[in-house]
Design a protein around this ligand. Structure first.
Ligand code: FRU
Length: 479
């Protein structure tokens, strides 16, 4: 067993440089790398962190373990971009190195304060390895040269009364005179909840303020990665209610990523006003830990982890795992949350392909089609014995996605969405070799996931869809 507790928790400075070089050489041979999605250079990535606009650039960090395709000791990899599409690695990561984050710089967020960026995150510390955890909520300042300086003392040294060691993932936002931090928590009777701290000074004086009342107590045993965003005047709360009861909120993934839209939030009582039911943010196979940003240009943006906790992927053996979604813009239209890739994504578009049934699908492509309302519709991407198929049934109110990939012994897995009050009209499928993001009815619903195909060639076939068009997209990750 290579992955001993010691290797999973080894400090970054203690790894020999050749570990990374060997992984790079192995990954260079992979047929599964993506062309325009964020992926690691080596190792695993999970949650997006610290999404912000600072010093004239977009900043996005992610949870990373660079030494293998496994959840080892987590750091923050730091990316910057001018357009939310082309990202570059600053190679100035924030790594665990002190008594308050020794076992992982866990998830957190960023906020601009004067001419610096403040990072607030969870320092994971195992008091007893893999059994008793002590979470510290800690902080760091980043300057305009992207140098990160951690604070000496934790911002919040202990969970609040009645909360276990599952207390993490602070999202900091400013409202009025206060900074507010929303944190995921588990109560001592094993219920998930979201708690709110506040401070006037961002880097000190944080105090427990309230539990967040979201009008729904189906948060399972732990609510991870809470985010409060404002979209077209509506508060939208995005979070991951692990273990949520499936009778009132249905999902098929091991852990769901959910949201609630409300009319308003009462900051005195910390209560969402007229909250919607809990819904899935994405109906696909691999989507989790979404982080949102109310950007200074007025847009509400999200980035999500393409992956799931407690799940292994075929690329693990190649020494890498996970990706981040395209950055999506959120809107609220007639009470519905609508998601679209940011308009800058168009900078990836190359030529429209000559599109014919049976064509070879470019590894990076956008497939657009309208739904024929008079019959069943199907489109299929096949590769050897593997396939990704979209089926739309005859009344066009139900869409089923079938995935048969090299994972799960080639078992066909499905996810379905249903529109009860209308028809499925169009689909935009962003395909990127091993990941796809499907936008249905211009983003009214989305389905996202991995597709580990068998062969290096991919073919596209369809029946009965209308106006199908394939656009080749750029491979901007190519070395
Ligand atoms: C969610 C999560 C967070 C935690 C981080 C650790 O995927 O479990 O709750 O901060 O990952 O990597």
């Amino acid at each position: 067993e290579y992955w001993t507790t010691e290797r999973l928790n080894r400090l970054y400075k203690d790894w020999p440089a050749e570990t990374i070089d060997n992984l790079k050489a192995k990954i260079a041979k992979s047929d599964w790398r993506m062309g325009y999605h964020i992926q690691t250079e080596t190792g695993l990535l999970n949650d997006p962190n610290g999404f912000s606009y600072f010093n004239g650039q977009w900043h996005l960090f992610y949870q990373a373990f660079p030494f293998g395709g496994i959840h080892g000791l987590k750091s923050w990899t730091h990316l910057v971009s001018d357009d939310l599409v082309h990202w570059s690695n600053t190679h100035k990561p924030m790594v665990p190195d002190n008594e308050y984050d020794r076992h992982g710089c866990y998830s957190g967020s960023a906020i601009n304060v004067d001419d610096k960026l403040f990072l607030m995150y969870t320092g994971n510390v195992w008091e007893k390895m893999n059994e008793v955890r002590h979470p510290y909520q800690v902080g760091a300042w980043m300057d305009k040269e992207n140098n990160i300086t951690k604070l000496d003392q934790p911002l919040i040294a202990n969970p609040p009364k009645g909360v276990t060691g599952h207390f993490r993932d602070p999202q900091v936002i400013k409202h009025g005179d206060y900074y507010y931090a929303f944190l995921g928590a588990q109560t001592t009777d094993k219920q998930g909840e979201i708690v709110v701290y506040r401070s006037n000074h961002v880097d000190r004086d944080w105090e427990f303020y309230s539990k967040l009342d979201i009008g729904n107590d189906n948060l399972g045993y732990m609510a991870e990665c809470p985010n409060l965003l404002f979209v077209d005047g509506h508060p939208v709360l995005i979070f991951c209610p692990q273990g949520a009861d499936k009778d009132s909120f249905s999902y098929d993934n091991v852990h769901p990523n959910a949201y609630i839209i409300a009319d308003d939030i009462n900051w005195d009582t910390m209560k969402l006003v007229n909250p919607s039911k809990m819904r899935q943010l994405d109906e696909g196979f691999d989507f989790y830990a979404t982080q949102g940003l109310n950007a200074p240009d007025g847009r509400a943006l999200i980035s999500a982890w393409l992956g799931l906790p407690d799940t292994t992927y075929p690329s693990d053996d190649e020494g890498w795992e996970g990706g981040l979604s395209l950055v999506r813009e959120l809107r609220v239209v007639d009470g519905n949350l609508v998601q679209q890739p940011v308009q800058e994504t168009k900078s990836l578009f190359l030529d429209t392909e000559s599109t014919f049934n049976g064509m070879e699908l470019p590894k990076q492509s956008l497939i657009e089609f309208d739904v024929n309302h008079d019959s069943d519709n199907q489109i299929a991407i096949t590769s050897g014995n593997t396939h990704l198929v979209i089926d739309i049934d005859n009344d066009c109110q139900k869409l089923t996605l079938h995935r048969k990939d090299v994972e799960n012994d080639g078992k066909d897995e499905t996810r379905s969405i249903r529109l009860n009050d209308g028809k499925i009209n169009n689909c935009h499928l962003y395909f990127d070799n091993t990941v796809f993001e499907l936008f249905i009815n211009d983003g009214y619903q989305t389905m996202t996931g991995f597709f580990f195909h068998e062969d290096t060639h991919l073919n596209l076939n369809w029946t009965d869809v209308e106006d199908i068009k394939v656009t080749k997209l750029a491979n901007i990750n190519a070395p």
